[in-house]
Design a protein around this ligand. Structure first.
Ligand SMILES: Cc1cc2nc3c(=O)[nH]c(=O)nc-3n(C[C@H](O)[C@H](O)[C@H](O)COP(=O)(O)O)c2cc1C
Length: 417
């Protein structure tokens, strides 16, 4: 094993320190998974609002805080209020964002999640999105997302460089690591998927060709940030879509990433067409973590530190998953949007079960229209951005109001120059 549990006399617990392959120490096994905060300002920059949110999460004691997805290309946004990190941006606001975590909690990690949405960029943001192949999103999503055009070889190489540039800038700004978003149907995942990637050149076809984009991004980032800086990735265990990236593809990818020197792998699943990342099959509900069985098998083929995200709620299930040695970190998203102090609450009460609130306004059609299952948690994050506490009994109508307000504001286009 190239990763070390520092309290190795006993089975690891949520509060065992961890040493990453590059030797960086992590305070505990709580891993805040990325949640798009939608708090970028009109210049696509972080500001005081994101600083407050990350101070709040760092104060709660989570070992690794992964940021919401930060876009590497200002011409390709996944959401209206994304943050973009490229060479045109002033780095100072990013320094303040990183410091919000590292200055609040000694030893806190803050990793920037780097993303390109590919075809998962809505119509109002991308009249002409790009993708490995000109395959439109299905399952009714055609109404919200335009059919993409195929990227050229030269454009693919430019995008690889954009990921590397953003990573190098994140390092310069004081982030303690970066995470490549290769899950949930975004561009890197689109390249990995045989359904979305129909190319016949070196970027498509065989499993090896489909993962080339992902590997080239990793290598380009590593070349820029050096060996001593954590480079992590979030992958799907499967897309849960006919003809999509499947478990065998995922195991092959893990094998290759491990040989390449990846520092950390987070396991999730699904995409916009098949949103397995936030839903559970009945068979996995009892064990809480949706992708734990996959992780147990992944553990047999890799020494790279693993996190599983999706479904963890009780301290008991988290401790059991760590004690089994299948994973090293407990990925948590929605529970930390409701309770940023979760790690401290769990330390005080071993029977603690995280709340996930009730994301609804009471009218199903309105919930669907306003994507309440995600939007309600963004409303909670927006409360923290204002210096307020999250409110587990918050009515979904606040999310509707926020969304309507944002739609009004969206007539004012974000500045991209
Ligand atoms: C509001 C919200 C925003 C999210 N944004 C991202 C994101 O930017 N990147 C990402 O990888 N996952 C994102 N996710 C998915 C979460 O990281 C996580 O995989 C999912 O919520 C399941 O974990 P949980 O059951 O602990 O919430 C988001 C989830 C929510 C609720």
């Amino acid at each position: 094993m190239n990763s070390v549990n520092l309290s190795c006399d006993h089975a690891p617990t949520l509060y065992s320190k961890f040493s990453l392959p590059g030797g960086q120490s992590v305070n505990n096994r709580f891993f805040k998974s990325a949640m798009s905060e939608q708090l970028g300002n009109s210049r696509l920059l972080p500001d005081q609002r994101l600083v407050r949110v990350y101070q709040r999460w760092a104060k709660g004691g989570t070992g690794v805080l992964v940021t919401g997805n930060v876009m590497v290309d200002r011409e390709a946004l996944g959401e209206y209020k994304n943050v973009v990190l490229d060479e045109q941006q002033d780095l100072q606001p990013f320094c303040a964002w990183a410091e919000a975590a590292t200055q609040t909690q000694p030893g806190a990690h803050i990793w920037m999640q780097l993303n390109h949405p590919g075809k998962q960029s809505p119509k109002n943001l991308s009249p002409q999105p790009v993708a490995p192949s000109a395959v439109a999103l299905g399952r009714g999503l055609e109404a919200a997302f335009n059919k993409p055009r195929e990227l050229s070889d030269a454009e693919i190489l430019k995008l690889v460089e954009k990921f590397a540039t953003s990573a190098a800038l994140a390092q310069e700004a004081g982030f303690t690591g970066v995470q490549i978003h290769a899950a949930h149907g975004y561009l890197v995942n689109q390249f990995l998927s045989p359904h979305h990637n129909r190319r016949t050149d070196r970027w498509g076809g065989s499993s090896e060709n489909r993962r080339r984009f992902c590997l080239e991004i990793y290598r380009a980032i590593r070349a820029r940030v050096g060996k001593g800086f954590p480079v992590a990735i979030k992958i799907n265990s499967a897309d849960f879509q006919k003809g999509g990236f499947d478990e065998n593809d995922a195991f092959d990818l893990i094998r290759v990433l491990s040989e390449e020197g990846m520092d950390h792998i987070e396991i999730s699943g699904g995409n916009y067409e098949s949103p397995a990342m936030t839903g559970a099959k009945q068979s996995t509900v009892e064990r809480e973590a949706y992708f734990l069985t996959f992780a147990e098998r992944a553990r047999e083929i890799t020494d790279v530190p693993l996190a599983v995200t999706g479904g963890f709620r009780s301290v008991n299930a988290m401790e059991q998953a760590l004690a089994s040695n299948a994973i090293d970190f407990i990925g948590l998203a929605r529970p930390l949007a409701i309770n940023p102090d979760l790690p401290r609450c769990a330390a005080a009460d071993s029977s603690y079960i995280a709340e996930t609130g009730n994301p609804t306004c009471g009218v199903r059609a309105v919930d669907t229209m306003f994507m309440m299952a995600i939007g309600w948690y963004e409303t909670q994050i927006a409360r923290m951005a204002k210096g307020k506490n999250p409110k587990p009994n918050l009515s979904g109508w606040w999310t509707v109001l926020d969304a309507v307000w944002s739609m009004g504001m969206s007539s004012i286009k974000p500045r991209r120059a």
